[in-house]
Design a binder for this molecule. Structure first.
Ligand SMILES: C[S@@+](CC[C@H](N)C(=O)[O-])C[C@H]1O[C@@H](n2cnc3c(N)ncnc32)[C@H](O)[C@@H]1O
Length: 402
């Protein structure tokens, strides 16, 4: 029996024999404990190998995924996700948001992976998930049980083999979060498997409702689909781009900020702010979802901002008055403006503790700068450093009102 078959057998038995799954879950708990205590793969194998038999490599993979997805899923400690699905599955906050936006539909999820988006969709829709990989298909069935999902069925099949069974899909919503090839940075829609264009072509006769989860790095000019582009950030980092087509399209572009639950929609526009002559009392970093969605100008409703600078990842604004809340992004209070050789002295003066450079800088330089300044300071305050022209702004983040 090869490793693939052994893994499939283990997952199938976990599905039919609850007692067996509880035993294996407890064994995985043991591996998670070893990982938490800093053991590496070799030492885990030595510690746990004899007890769990030949499936150990797979169980270590599941254990690693449980550690890795702790902040991502509320039931991470009982989920079955392999390396790939742990990395690419939709985070719970995003999946739940989408299940709020889309409800009361019959959904076909093409390429349902470990099942996470399908599971949350099924809270407000009837869902059929199609997954070609047998291991992921089995994982998704277990994961659905872990979340007590109903109105949900997974099918182990490679799309479009179900092409002839479209009768029950009249007016259904076709969703797909296609396979990404890891590594390719400059992505295009045609690199995704299966391709959204093929999916639209296949179902256009029976429905107009399509939604696709695609890598947010794909440039707008390369989309080639008439769709609302919805960029979602989670904890301040860009996380997802969803395309909504046909009757699902409510706007040209949208930005959704989670967990705050802020949503902004409108027309895609390049940033348009007057340039600042100097750094004012406040510095603002609009959320990346707004920048990607071309909606950053909408913050103008919340204050009088000027443009201080920016790079590929951020736009830095400044204002003399605290912006109105809820501001879709981060707000900092300017504590000092200085030159590079004065930073250390200023940091000591203002009682800095942790330091966070917030400008384009190589990772090695980032840590070198952070470590050098943190070694010289002994205060409590968290200080964020922005580079503006030849100078640097030392600032403190404003606490968001509850
Ligand atoms: C990014 S994952 C989906 C993750 C899922 N949305 C979630 O939230 O857990 C994409 C999945 O599509 C599957 N896939 C790719 N091409 C497929 C096809 N032609 N038919 C069925 N599944 C396919 C891959 O095996 C992979 O598991």
């Amino acid at each position: 029996m090869n490793e693939q078959t052994a893994t499939e057998n283990l997952l199938s038995r976990c599905l039919t024999d609850k007692h067996y799954r509880d035993t294996i879950d407890r064994r995985i708990d043991g591996i998670v404990d070893l990982i938490d205590r800093g053991h590496d793969g070799k030492s885990i194998l030595k510690n746990a190998g004899k007890r769990v038999g030949r499936e150990i490599t797979f169980l270590i993979e599941i254990a690693r995924s449980r550690v890795q997805t702790r902040g991502k899923f509320s039931r991470s400690n009982r989920l079955w996700l392999d390396n790939y699905t742990a990395r690419y599955s939709t985070p719970e906050s995003v999946a739940r948001y989408r299940a709020q936006r889309i409800s009361g539909e019959t959904i076909l999820d093409i390429g349902s992976g470990g099942g996470m988006q399908a599971i949350f969709f099924s809270e407000s829709n009837t869902v059929k998930g199609l997954e070609k990989d047998r291991i992921r298909y089995l994982e998704s069935q277990i994961n659905a049980e872990v979340y007590g999902a109903k109105n949900l069925e997974f099918i182990n099949s490679e799309w479009p083999s179900l092409k002839n069974n479209n009768s029950n899909l009249q007016d259904a919503l076709i969703f797909s979060d296609p396979l990404r090839e890891s590594g390719s940075k400059e992505r295009e829609l045609k690199d995704l498997i299966p391709s959204p264009a093929d999916i639209i072509r296949n179902y256009s006769g029976i429905t107009g409702k399509f939604a696709f989860d695609i890598p947010p790095q794909i440039r707008r000019e390369k989309l080639g689909i008439d769709a609302e582009t919805e960029y979602i950030s989670v904890n301040g980092s860009l996380n997802r781009l969803t395309l909504y087509c046909g009757p699902l399209k409510n706007a040209e572009s949208s930005a959704v900020i989670l967990p705050a639950g802020i949503k902004i929609s409108g027309r895609y526009e390049p940033p348009d702010f007057q340039h600042a002559e100097k750094v004012l009392e406040f510095i603002e970093l609009p959320d990346p979802s707004l920048i990607y969605a071309g909606l950053v100008n909408q913050v103008k409703k919340l204050g009088d901002f000027s443009f201080l600078g920016g790079d590929k990842r951020r736009i830095v604004l400044t204002s003399s008055v605290h912006p109105e809340e809820p501001f879709p992004g981060k707000i900092y209070r300017n504590l000092a403006v200085c030159q590079l050789d004065e930073i250390q002295e200023k940091l000591v003066e203002i009682g800095a503790g942790k330091i966070y450079p917030r400008f384009e800088i190589q990772p090695e330089e980032y840590y070198a700068m952070k470590n050098r300044f943190e070694a010289a300071t002994s205060g409590e305050r968290e200080i964020f450093i922005f580079r503006v022209g030849p100078g640097y702004v030392l600032s403190e983040q404003e606490v968001k009102p509850q």
